[in-house]
Design a binder for this molecule. Structure first.
Ligand code: NDP
Ligand code: 8X3
Length: 252
């Protein structure tokens, strides 16, 4: 039995890898940055004595994913828990100024990548009549905020796919959970603003965001429920983020 985590090289995915390794789960980690996966894998093997396999993978690359699944069938068939976490936002502009190449990256990663990875594991899970898929959605999949447009649409899509999977997999014993975080301090904003650290830091200014471990704990808790219990969704905001809209200074 092992846990497959996409986007394990940073942030929430990395925190999930640490939490699940601490809970004695073997891991299969993927992301594009292989050097980070290599370092993390060695650290988790040394610290927790678990088996960790990693592959450099862009989840948009369906052909490479299929090839990996064939070449490493034993590793892939052992996966019972899939954490679809790889994802990103690009830019925060109105649609009329948005860059179509950014939209492609966001939609291809957050939606099609999640579908490709999920499709890879479903036949095996269905055959075993066992499995748990955890999709990392977002509060942006519940409420649109100003200039959130395409990212919000992609996360609304993740929510739709999570619901759809629950219907499609009905009777299979496979559970599907969506975790929808608000603001989490990771590399997310750095990526969104194309490396502009000042803009990224401004997002978290004046309030305490969630940390990736807060989300990883919730993922682990959902997976640890008895087999007849499916936590369909958890929405987690920082205490200091009442909703997705920007906050104006508090009035006396
Ligand atoms: P990070 O930028 O810290 O981590 C994103 C991870 O996704 C990295 O490991 C990155 O790895 C991976 N990734 C991105 N694109 C690809 C790709 N094409 N193929 C494979 N891996 C990819 O951000 P977070 O940890 O915050 O983001 C994780 C998830 O949480 C995302 O789905 C995000 O939308 C969601 N989320 C984040 C929130 C936040 O406020 N931070 C709030 C709500 C949801 P690499 O670059 O090495 O490929
Ligand atoms: C990431 C959180 O509020 O920036 O999903 O969209 S937010």
């Amino acid at each position: 039995m092992s846990v497959f985590i996409s986007g394990a090289s940073s942030g929430i995915g990395e925190a999930c890898a640490r939490s699940f390794a601490a809970a004695h789960h073997n891991l299969v980690l993927v992301a594009r940055r292989e050097d980070r996966l290599k370092k993390l894998s060695q650290e988790l093997r040394d610290q927790f004595g678990v088996q960790v396999t990693y592959f450099s993978l862009d989840v948009r690359d369906r052909i490479k994913l299929e090839r990996l699944a064939q070449l490493h069938a034993d590793v892939f068939q052992d996966v019972d828990i899939l954490i679809n976490n790889a994802g990103l936002a690009r830019g925060r502009d109105v649609i009329q100024k948005g860059l179509p190449e950014d939209w492609d990256v966001v939609i291809d990663t957050n939606l099609k990548g999640l579908l490709y990875v999920t499709r890879t594991f479903l036949p095996g899970m269905i055959q075993k009549r066992r499995g748990h898929i955890v999709n990392i959605g977002s509060v942006a999949g519940h409420w649109v905020y100003q200039n959130g447009n395409v990212y919000c649409a992609s996360k609304f899509g993740v929510r739709a796919l999570s619901e759809a999977l629950r219907y499609d997999l009905h009777g299979s014993g496979i559970r599907v959970t969506e975790i929808s975080p608000g603001m989490v301090k990771t590399e997310f904003s750095h990526v969104r603003f194309d490396g502009d650290q000042e803009k990224a830091d401004a997002i978290y200014a004046g309030r305490t965001p969630l940390n990736p471990e807060d989300i990883a704990e919730s993922v682990l808790w959902c997976v640890q429920r008895p087999a007849h219990v499916n936590i369909q969704e958890i929405i987690i905001f920082p205490t200091e983020q009442p909703g997705v809209q920007p906050i104006t200074p508090k009035l006396d």
